[in-house]
Design a protein around this ligand. Structure first.
Ligand code: NAD
Ligand code: UDP
Length: 354
């Protein structure tokens, strides 16, 4: 396998072995960037590295380590001559963050601070941060633009909102030149190769992996959480974005940072499609993708859920020249293709050591 000799800058992707990170790595390499992954593999399997090599044609350098280990991050930045950091590493379950908030503040806020300190110490000045639409205050009407009020309703969302504030302060103090926080809406789907995607080992909380696992026979039916919302068919509406489109949004953000290196600011940018789909529409589209009806039952609302959450993606188009391109149907088809090969995926899982 070839080692990367990038035509462009080197990027460090913390959490690059995870669901979104692995897709970001693929798109960065395709765009000519060199990429190094730093991951502690707490929520990733090492076989993703073999899969990334198969997709990209390159051996992607990997550092096993925790982002809270500031020296390890700094040493990695220096060793690879990193120009830009994409900070994806962290914990992401809302429910877990409610039962174990300190773990979440420690990993997500503590980890982010360690990355910022390592960047300041080594003079790396450009950052893209994985934020989330969960930072927005619930209950707003219409689509959400980046000026919508921030007011997360759970510890996970607060870790994202806090780190955004910390990044703003760090940029203002000249401890960082430029940053973009990408507020993801609902990522779903998988790479069209079927080699990388998301297949949680624990029972999934998110709709798409749950539908896919139900279609694969792992659950008897999809439980639709409520059909009495003020939406066209009564079920919750979200802005599902294909993970490959999302990954391309990161490339656009990196390119923006490279092109505007001299300005000091921190941009917040939504990554969403601007289109909302209901839970019923998602089950129907997935049934279309797999060629049979995925069973479902309407049950009570899930506590804490809101009726509608859809992005206004205008700023991403205006500033980054990025828009989502892949359809909802494509997202379902790619997620299903990935799940169909998951049996094979599981057989070549390796044990992480070190
Ligand atoms: P993921 O769990 O698949 O990926 C996260 C990766 O980070 C994993 O590979 C994990 O092993 C690694 N990691 C976790 N803690 C670490 C640490 N302390 N040090 C080093 N590595 C660590 O999650 P994902 O869905 O790919 O999410 C990536 C980022 O995007 C996260 O920050 C998440 O909060 C954010 N995000 C995700 C979603 C979503 O729906 N998936 C939505 C909005 C924002
Ligand atoms: N949902 C559902 N059944 C599930 C999981 C989710 O009906 O098993 C609904 C949920 O109520 C919401 C939508 O699907 O309306 C998206 O939920 P998800 O957890 O994927 O994302 P989020 O709540 O973060 O938007």
């Amino acid at each position: 396998m070839k080692m990367i000799v990038p035509e462009r800058q080197w990027v460090l992707a913390t959490g690059g072995a995870g669901y979104i990170g692995s897709h970001v790595v693929v798109e960065l390499v395709a765009a000519g960037f060199g990429v190094v992954i730093l991951d502690n593999f707490e929520n990733a399997s090492p076989d993703v590295l073999t899969r990334l090599a198969r997709i990209t044609g390159f051996d992607i350098p990997v550092v096993r380590g925790d982002v809270r280990d500031k020296s390890k991050v700094a040493e990695t930045l220096m060793r690879y001559g990193i120009d830009i950091v994409i900070h994806l590493a962290g914990k992401k379950s809302v429910g877990e963050s409610v039962s174990g908030p300190l773990d979440y503040y420690n990993a997500n806020v503590g980890g982010g601070i360690a990355v910022l300190e390592a960047m300041r110490e080594t003079g790396v000045g450009k950052l893209v941060f994985s934020s989330s639409a969960t930072v927005y205050k619930a209950g707003g009407a219409g689509t959400l633009d980046e000026n919508a009020p921030v007011g997360p309703s759970n510890p996970y969302g607060r870790t994202k909102a806090m780190l955004e504030e910390i990044i703003t302060d760090t940029v203002a103090s000249r401890g960082l030149t430029r940053a973009i926080s990408l507020r993801y809406f609902n990522p779903a789907g998988a790479h069209h190769s079927g080699l990388i995607g998301e297949n949680p080992t624990a029972k999934p909380n998110n709709l798409f992996p749950f539908i896919a696992q139900t279609a694969a026979g792992l659950h008897p039916k999809v439980l639709i959480f409520g059909d009495d919302y003020p939406t066209p068919d009564g079920t919750g509406v979200r802005d599902y974005i294909h993970v490959v489109d999302l990954a391309r949004g990161h490339v656009a953000a990196v390119e923006h940072l490279v092109a505007n290196a001299a300005t000091a600011d921190h941009l917040r940018v939504n990554l969403g499609t601007g289109a909302g789909y209901s839970v019923r529409a998602a089950v129907a589209a997935f049934s279309g993708a797999c060629g049979f009806d995925v069973p479902f039952e309407v049950v009570a609302r899930r506590p804490g859920d809101i009726a509608i959450c859809v992005a206004d993606p205008g700023r991403a188009k205006q500033l980054l020249g990025w828009t989502a391109k892949l359809s909802f149907e494509q997202m379902c088809a790619d997620q299903w293709a990935f799940h169909r090969t998951c049996e094979d995926h599981n057989t070549d899982r390796l044990v992480v050591s070190g």
